[in-house]
Design a protein around this ligand. Structure first.
Ligand code: GRF
Length: 246
């Protein structure tokens, strides 16, 4: 890849209301790093010599967490951003007349930061249509179950108590519904006989910390195609991301 492409930066805003362990995974795995490595896959028009020369080199833009946004002033996620010297913005819900006013203020701050992608990583409020429409196909959410099963805020326990034998993690585009947007990627997790809600939650969180950064990398490299009109099927070219994915 030429120097010009490496100069590119893919800017991400992360919205989080809580502990921010997923934000931490994004910071540790992606912040300030290139979105991919050349895996040596032959490309049309590339000679063997040029192919060999390119293998192992950085490809795609550098990913930068440009802004961390929270609705909770003392969220640990904000402290994680502070430690990583990432700009923060706080929008306490009580400071605004209604959800739309609140979300418009957030959207303005995110627009001003010039981001390419908005990641909901434990952001615990439903976003109003005005926010979603401001960033078409540029808002993704992480959910701790295999959607469309177990939407909502208590999914890990809901799945466990239902007695499912497989659950997992979903990353999806955000639409105006609650956990209803088109699925980008899922990682399944088996529920073992000896599991408890807590042990299952630990497995789910470990999977989240793998899947979400992998999807952000793919988005940064243009390997995720939004659905065509009338469809909800997202096409993803995994290109060697080394995690087990369905
Ligand atoms: C994650 O389980 C995510 O799936 C859900 O909220 C949780 C956030 O965890 N939407 P953390 O704040 O990233 O630790």
């Amino acid at each position: 890849m030429g120097g010009e492409e490496r100069m590119n930066v893919f800017r991400v805003a992360v919205l989080a209301s809580g502990s921010g362990s997923n934000l931490q995974a994004i910071i540790d795995k992606l912040h300030g790093r290139p979105a991919g490595r050349d895996l040596g896959r032959p490309e049309p028009g590339r000679t063997d010599a040029r192919q060999a020369d390119a293998v192992g080199k950085d490809v795609g833009p550098t990913i930068e967490v440009a802004l961390v946004v929270s609705d909770v002033p003392d969220a640990l996620a904000l402290e994680r951003a502070r430690r990583a010297q990432i700009p923060r913005a706080v929008f306490p819900f009580k400071d605004y007349g209604d959800r739309e006013e609140h979300d418009l203020a957030m959207a303005e701050a995110i627009c001003a930061a010039g981001v390419d992608l908005v990641v909901l990583a434990g952001y615990m409020r439903l976003l109003s249509p005005v926010f979603v429409q401001a960033f078409p196909w540029r808002v993704i959410n992480l959910h701790p179950a295999l959607l469309p099963a177990f939407p909502g805020t208590n999914s890990i326990a809901d799945a466990f108590e239902y007695g499912v034998k497989v659950t997992g993690v979903t990353v999806h585009f955000v639409d105006e519904g609650l956990d209803t947007g088109p699925v980008i990627a899922q990682e399944p997790i088996r529920v073992e006989v000896e599991d408890t809600v807590d042990s299952l939650a630990r497995k789910i969180h470990a999977a989240e910390h793998r899947l979400l950064p992998a999807v952000i990398r793919l988005l940064a490299r243009g390997r995720v195609r939004a659905p065509l009109l009338g469809s909800r099927v997202v096409r993803v070219d995994w290109d060697g991301e080394d995690i087990w994915i369905v």
